[in-house]
Design a protein around this ligand. Sequence first.
Ligand code: AMP
Ligand code: MG
Length: 496
Amino acid sequence: MQTTPTGPAFFNFDNSYARDLDGFYRLVQPEGASRPQLIRLNRELAEELQVDAEQLAGPEGVSVLAGNLLPAGAEPLAQAYAGHQFGGFSPRLGDGRALLLGEVIDRHGKRRDIAFKGSGRTPFSRSGDGKCALGPALREYLVGEAMAALGIPTTRALAVVATGDMVSRERALPGAVLTRVAASHLRVGTFEFFAAHHGPEKVKQLADFAIRRHDPQLAEHDQPYLALLEAVAERQAELIACWLGVGFIHGVMNTDNMTISGETIDYGPCAFMEAYSPRTVFSSIDSAGRYAYGQQANIAQWNLTRLAETLLPLIDDDSERAVALATAVLEAFPERHANYWLKVMRDKLGLDQTGNVTVDRKLATDFLELLRQRKIDFTNGFRALFDAANEQPAPLHHLFGDDAQFVHWQNAWQTRQPQRSAQQIITMKHANPCYIARNHQVENALGAAVERLDMAPFERLLAVLQQPFDARPEDAAYAEPAPLAVTAMYQTFCGT
Ligand code: AMP
Ligand code: MG
């Protein structure tokens, strides 16, 4: 194996995964890049990680971000994991084109993984090249930052470096290394790998690690592994509600793309819905609609069931009892999620959180149904409600006119909550972004970056998405839905 030279200590590494989980990974060096060029550095995130952004942007920093120079203290490793992909079990996936460099403690005291994507082949690469193209790396950067600005738990990109090497896809494309920051890279699929190949002792070791990392209060719990399952279910129940609240469709919710931390991970064929329909699918490989917008909570429950299966031997020696306990957690998931969904929807509708549950659910579903029947843009439909609550009725009237069914709904909505405090208006505003990462805008920004090395559209779009809640006249074009013809054609591809 080649060895990568070691440089200065860019990161203050403390690598618990490498230290505590011997046998759960393979040590691998990054392949390196022939002509690295820094395309984008996330200075705000660098600061959060207590990393010197100036140093990272310098020549040695760029070498580090390209995998040509290892920062002191890094222990690059490829994590083993398995996964259910579109329902079928793949027992051996793992980091085929990613490496965990190490972990740092951020300025809030939180442990974060620093990882590469696209840094070359690993023992888990199978027939893959271990590479990542520039377009998908920039998509992950952009959508991750958009999600972070919307307040949704997510992994984030620290940097994108173009390698100067071409990557062979349907055609040759410029290659890139993305540096990804995550609360951890533990996935449901990590548990599946060790359950499938190594048995309960290793699963226990992994579960204890996950508890230390994400739920340390559970260490003293009398049922720690059942409680871990419940904690993961709780986070996913909330995460999916957050996704639904902004029209986000992950696109490939395989168990290897579902985290234990509750962060969104792997922005491949993801997209934000425009005209509202729960059946919306964008991924070209999801022809059956398994991962459609409205399926995502069901799929999360399905994925949690796969996690539960790996934990059963730890939950109770009596397998029937273990199944009964885990099943109770899994069966509680729909209601857990429905409660978060109602909270999100009440915020979107500008309703206090104390009203009658049945009435408020119906207000939400009736409004969604109006959007669906009239093919109204999800984001703009809700934003218009906010505007109306904020004494600007024109956008809502523009969308619905004097439609009798809508007027009937609007009366019920106004009766439910005739007045709002200033704080409630702010809450409602923050539940109804003006700007989401619209497909045609994302494509336009990535196209300019990849085809013409023109980063201006990317930078402009990123700046808009980083401030999603304040309407700005000069950014009006970014709030416009794509022309219908574009949406009809639009598919994001996993060919990353
Ligand atoms: P993803 O679709 O990115 O979630 O990846 C699913 C699995 O395929 C993971 O095990 C990846 O490591 C692997 N994979 C995806 N693309 C590549 C590639 N270009 N080279 C090697 N492995 C890959
Ligand atoms: Mg993945």
